[in-house]
Every structure is written in structure tokens, then in C-alpha cells.
Design a protein around this ligand. Structure first.
Ligand code: ZN
Length: 389
């Protein structure tokens, strides 16, 4: 029996006194594979449909293009055309999508031409580091020059994937992992800062991704669906080491603005608050983490209220991304985000999926006041991007 088929026997759970297990069994069996378990909530809870955000939205975290990785830039791929995206955007009151993964050089130019220039005001494009050059002796200078080149082409910011810290190695794909605070990137962070380009940075991942994939792991199903997301064992740093390395970067480059994606560390809001208190150049966005914020709605509300000038709206949306329901670019995804932020609805799904894809829990709406919504939906992002609110 492989692990995916390992069964969570519901027999013992259902064996209430006086009733046989068989009396409750689904599909004439007393064992129900966990992947088939799709309980329907019997709560008669309020369901508010929020078709459009109350204010126009800037989605700071989307992936319309993919422009290569460790093995070089390759050919840029468009997951959707600007026109396709605009149909959803207009229905959902999305003013601007920020396409973070624009690559660099000629790839970046294509992304800017087809999105940012073809549909002025509706799309913005970020550049990415040239990871495949990171082992070159002149990398620091080359990378700083590439940031300047990206700025000249019109890139609005720099995106750093979790590649840095978890994949990039001394010989790019082999050797020791390169630390997030490695000095070779100093000139890159400085170049972005002096050009007014915010850095959208994703470091680390949910804490469960660093733990054994066993019955105690609350993301057992997610990690079984995506085994390569596990960073348990081998030579990976811990979540905390990654967080602290990123913090060193923010500390050393105070004039560079950082947008820590996925709430920086959505499971440890006290830690994130402490970082925000100490690093005025730090901001956070919420993409793919409303599942975490929404299962701790009181703490999340307090956090967002306190840091309301430094929290940004983002979804991590990928057009056509069926693999990860919490990131599929469609109407339902945005309706869930809006419901979470704008209503006080209780116990609802954080992703458009039959089974919660990131863990078997539900979320509670925050019902944020309108002035805070306005800041999160666009004002905070507009300020960082240097565009009108
Ligand atoms: Zn992303």
C-alpha cells in the first residue's frame, strides 16, 4: 500500500456507542479513503455573494507569463492573453493585474509589450533575477545592470521567487544552497531601491512543508498532491532561518521597499508583526494565504487593522492553473477573496474546490471597514508602484 492510498479509517471515529460502524459506512465499506471524504457543512450559515470588490482592485501578485528559471530564460510563455484576463478583470472590478514573473531582457520586453503597453493601466510587469548567471564571477555587476535595463524597458518592480533560499545553489543547480542574504545580491537590492522598484519576495513556505509528511502533518493531502513542495530533511534551511535571512536583507537595504508575499509567514503573525515594527521598508500581501488568515480571523483582523497601510491585496492567480485551485484565475477565486475581506460570513471555503486544497479547514470573513478595504485593495499598492490611487 503506497502512502497516497494510506487510509484514514473513519471506523473508530464513527463508532459511537450503540451504533455499529457499518450503520454509518459510506459506499458499503467501513473504511473511507481520506481523498474521498467530502463532508458537507450542515450549518445554516449566511452566504453573501460578493460579485465585485467594493473598490477597484490592484492584484499585486499574478502570473500571466512564465519566463524561465534556473536553466536560463528560455522562451516566455503566456498563460493567457491580456484580452482574456480583461474579461474577468472587468467583471470583478480589478483595475490592474501585476504580472510578477516577467523575466528579463527580451522576454521581459515581450511581457511589457503585450500586457503593460497594449493595455495601459490594466497590467504592470515585474522583472526577475537572472538566476542562471548567479555562479558567474561578475554576477553582482551584471545583475545590477539587468535591473537598470529592466527599469528602462518599463518594469515596475523585481520579483524574487522562493528559488532563492530553496533551489538556487553555488553552481546554480548543484552545490550548497545560496543564502537569501548572500552578498552577491547586495547590488541587485540596491539597484531596485534606487530606481524605486519594490521587491516582491517569496521566501519559505507553510511550516508543515518543513516537517515529516506523516499523520501529524496538517497538509498531508497537499504535500501528497505536490511531493516536490516538501522541504523536509536534506540540506534545506528551516522556515525560521529563511525568514531571518530575508530579514537581514531588509535590514541591510533600508531604502529598498520589500513586499513579503504570502503574508511573509502567515502562520506566525506575532513574528511578522515584530518584523514590521522593526523594518519600515517591509510590507506584506495575502496571496494564497486567506486559508491561514481566515482560520484565525480575530488575530488576522487585529493584524490587518494595525498594519493597514502595509498590507496589499494579491491572489497568486495563474490563468488556467488547474493544479492549484487556490490560484486559478477565475471569477470564483476573486469572489472568495472579496467575501473573506468584506463580509462576516462564517465557515466557508477558501478556495474553489470540492476539498480544501491546502488543508481541511474553513475560513471566517473579516468584515473589514471600508477605509481599510480601500487601502488594501489599491492605495497601498499604488503608493509602492508609484501610480495614482
Ligand atoms: Zn506567486
Amino acid at each position: 500500500m503506497n502512502r497516497r492510498k494510506a487510509l484514514l479509517s473513519l471506523g473508530s471515529v464513527l463508532a459511537t456507542p450503540g451504533l455499529s460502524v457499518e450503520a454509518h459506512a459510506a459506499d458499503n465499506t467501513d473504511v473511507l479513503p481520506i481523498e474521498k471524504f467530502q463532508p458537507r457543512s450542515m450549518l445554516h450559515a449566511n452566504e453573501t455573494k460578493v460579485e465585485r470588490a467594493v473598490y477597484p482592485v490592484i492584484d499585486i501578485h499574478t502570473h500571466i507569463t512564465h519566463a524561465g528559471g534556473l536553466d536560463g530564460p528560455g522562451q516566455i510563455r503566456f498563460a493567457a492573453s491580456g484580452e482574456d484576463c480583461l474579461r474577468v478583470m472587468d467583471r470583478k472590478n480589478i483595475r490592474t493585474m501585476v504580472n510578477l514573473t516577467g523575466g528579463y531582457g527580451e522576454n521581459l520586453q515581450q511581457a511589457i509589450d503585450k500586457l503593460q503597453l497594449a493595455h495601459a493601466g490594466r497590467f504592470l510587469v515585474f522583472t526577475e533575477p537572472a538566476w542562471s548567471k548567479a555562479a558567474d564571477s561578475d554576477y553582482a555587476r551584471v545583475q545590477a545592470d539587468l535591473i537598470e535595463d529592466a527599469h528602462r524597458r518599463g518594469a515596475k518592480g523585481l520579483k524574487v521567487l522562493k528559488t532563492l533560499g530553496l533551489y538556487l545553489r553555488e553552481n546554480v543547480t548543484t552545490g550548497k544552497l545560496i543564502r537569501i542574504d548572500d552578498r552577491r545580491f547586495d547590488s541587485m537590492w540596491d539597484a531596485a531601491g534606487s530606481l524605486g522598484m519594490p521587491v516582491a519576495i517569496h521566501s519559505s513556505d507553510p511550516e508543515a512543508f518543513f516537517l515529516p509528511v506523516d499523520r501529524f502533518n496538517e497538509r498531508w493531502e497537499e504535500l501528497h498532491a505536490h511531493p516536490d513542495w516538501s522541504f523536509h530533511g536534506k540540506d534545506f534551511p528551516t522556515n525560521h532561518e529563511l525568514q531571518e535571512a530575508r530579514r537581514n536583507v531588509m535590514r541591510r537595504h533600508p531604502r529598498t521597499q520589500f513586499i513579503c508575499l504570502h503574508v511573509a509567514d502567515s502562520e506566525d503573525l506575532p513574528y511578522v508583526a515584530e518584523c514590521l515594527d522593526n523594518h519600515p521598508n517591509m510590507h506584506v500581501e495575502m496571496a494564497a494565504r486567506i486559508g491561514e488568515l481566515g482560520r484565525q480571523p480575530r488575530a488576522a483582523y487585529q493584524f490587518i487593522d494595525k498594519y493597514q497601510d502595509r498590507v496589499l491585496f494579491g491572489t497568486d492567480a495563474i490563468p488556467g492553473g488547474v493544479d492549484t485551485p487556490q490560484q486559478v484565475f477565475n471569477d470564483r477565486l476573486y469572489e472568495i477573496y472579496y467575501r473573506f475581506l468584506e463580509t462576516k460570513d462564517e465557515y466557508f471555503d477558501y478556495a474553489p474546490a470540492d476539498v480544501p486544497p491546502q488543508g481541511r479547514w474553513k475560513i471566517y470573513g473579516l468584515g473589514l471597514p471600508k477605509p481599510i478595504l480601500k487601502k488594501i485593495y489599491s492605495e497601498n499598492a499604488a503608493r509602492l508602484l508609484g501610480i495614482s490611487a
